[in-house]
Design a protein around this ligand. Sequence first.
Ligand SMILES: [Cu+2]
Length: 135
Amino acid sequence: MSYRRSVVPAVRLILASLLLSAALVACGADNLSTETSVGPSRTIEIIAAEYTFNGDPGVIAAGDTIEFVVENIGQLDHSLEVLSTTGSSLGATERIPAGTSGSVTVTFDDAGVYRLICDVDDHFSRGQAGTITVT
Ligand SMILES: [Cu+2]
């Protein structure tokens, strides 16, 4: 009876530490692959002002990872946020002060129409938005 009581907690402890090790290995492998294999395949320059985005995205294929470099030539702060085909955020620049630049890197997994918006104040409702079609 006393033998059985002492063995069971020990087995549980070993199982718990094995699970923890597996979790740590999984995290490590994930971080490694993110750092080594993902990088922007291309840079697209976007000019932001009141209340517009200008730039030529060219052809983007599903699976492409794009770095958007946004130059703010306006008088107000701006930003650039990329929305998926279903409207969820895929990434955004920091708020970009007038006269400076910011960047955001996004992977376009699926073909479809993605939106670019400025999420500063009411800029989106003032029409600061655009679309990108991924083929
Ligand atoms: Cu703006």
